[in-house]
Design a binder for this molecule. Structure first.
Ligand SMILES: [Zn+2]
Length: 374
């Protein structure tokens, strides 16, 4: 147990503790545990940790029947399939794990055959899968399940038209800590949650509106407690009675981007931005990047604005174009695809480069990569 704030890069010690705890204490009810692998740590290596489902599993899958799993990495898909089968109230559920590369016209026949009743995953990925749903298949879907990702009003409209009988259900959790919220009560806006029993949420250094970094304290196994973990999200606590009987809720305001931001089906790594910026150090001296996503008629499209500063003050339109061209070709947003590749595939809009005439303030809490909400 620690009494100070635990930063993301310090979470490895907690993850290692879950592993050694699992392997040194026997006997165990193996069905209650699963091994999780997270993405996007500061040193580029994934974290391995053992989840004790009694403390970490969220309730989103309870009662699920035929689930189409639309999550990014193979590890996440398999992890979620395991979770679903192990003590989540959906032991008999059938699961179809899809890959983003499966989203081709041929996928329609598979969807008609599988007849999903629930879709779970990234909203941008579910949006893509929706394009291959026939009206009959879409009408059979009972719920769309999302974890820790805002669903914009534009995307909600798309889902309502493709899946007219589906409820939107969101839960707040992270790969490090597991579930943080209760399943939705049905009375709160989609960006707000009731905190799970046994989880303590505090806001670090809130601004005048009450918004600030979310610090989470919770027990993640019988022997391991995480205290004041800076999870990387910004939020605000509201003290309003809810018709369901709860007296407070946590509103999620966005991701601060400590290590990574997930957007439009990709993972933007802070470290990769640093590497690409270093490769272009002949063109600019410092930068800040802001990522966002927009829903178009056919897909969720990511967008990145790169603000750059040159100490010598030199600037021209040609220079801005050169930075955009080289940065897009240099920056990898998936393991194999650059921003340039994704722009050509229509998944991202072309990089916008803006001049910052003043140097960026270097502050302790300054972050180079941030996410703007829709
Ligand atoms: Zn409620």
């Amino acid at each position: 147990m620690v009494s100070e704030v635990v930063e993301r890069k310090e979470f490895k010690a907690v993850a290692d503790a879950t592993l050694s705890d699992f392997f040194t204490r026997t006997p165990r009810d193996a069905d209650s545990y699963c091994l999780r692998m997270t993405s996007g740590t500061t040193d580029g290596l994934p974290l391995f940790l053992v989840w004790d489902n009694r403390f970490t599993a969220h309730g989103l899958f309870a009662g699920a029947d035929r689930v189409l799993m639309c999550t990014g990495s193979l590890a996440a898909r398999l992890g979620n399939a395991l979770l679903l089968r192990n003590g989540m109230g959906a032991e008999k559920a059938r699961v179809l794990c899809a890959d983003i590369q499966d989203m081709m016209p041929e996928f329609s026949a598979l969807m008609d055959d599988f007849k999903p009743t629930e879709l779970y995953g990234f909203s941008s990925f579910v949006r893509r899968a929706a394009a291959f749903c026939s009206p009959e298949t879409g009408a059979r879907v009972r719920a769309l399940l999302f974890a820790s990702e805002p669903v914009s009003p534009a995307l909600q409209n798309v889902f309502e038209s493709v899946f007219p009988n589906a409820l939107l259900k969101l839960v707040y959790h992270t790969n490090e800590t597991g579930a943080l919220s209760r399943p939705p009560c049905g009375h709160l806006p989609l960006d707000s949650y009731h905190v799970l029993d046994g989880v303590d949420v505090a806001i670090d250094d809130p601004d005048e509106t009450g918004a600030g970094d979310i610090l989470v304290s919770k027990r993640i196994s019988p022997n391991i407690v995480v205290e004041k973990y800076r999870i990387g999200d910004i939020g605000r606590i509201h003290h309003d009675p809810c018709p369901c009987g709860e007296t407070s809720s946590l509103q999620l305001l966005g991701r601060r981007g400590y290590d990574y931001i997930r957007i439009a089906g990709t993972t933007l790594l802070q470290k990769e931005f640093e590497r690409a910026a270093e490769a272009l150090n002949d063109l600019f001296d410092d930068y800040r990047a802001e990522a966002s996503s927009q829903v178009t008629d056919s897909a969720v499209v990511g967008a990145i604005v790169l603000r750059v500063h040159r100490k010598d003050g030199m600037w021209s339109e040609a220079l801005a174009r050169e930075i955009a061209r080289r940065f897009s070709a240099e920056l990898f947003l998936t393991q194999t695809k650059t921003l340039d590749d994704l722009v050509r595939a229509g998944a991202f809009s072309p990089l916008v480069v803006e001049r910052a005439s003043e140097p960026f303030q270097v502050k302790l809490k300054e972050l180079k990569l941030t996410q703007r909400k829709d």
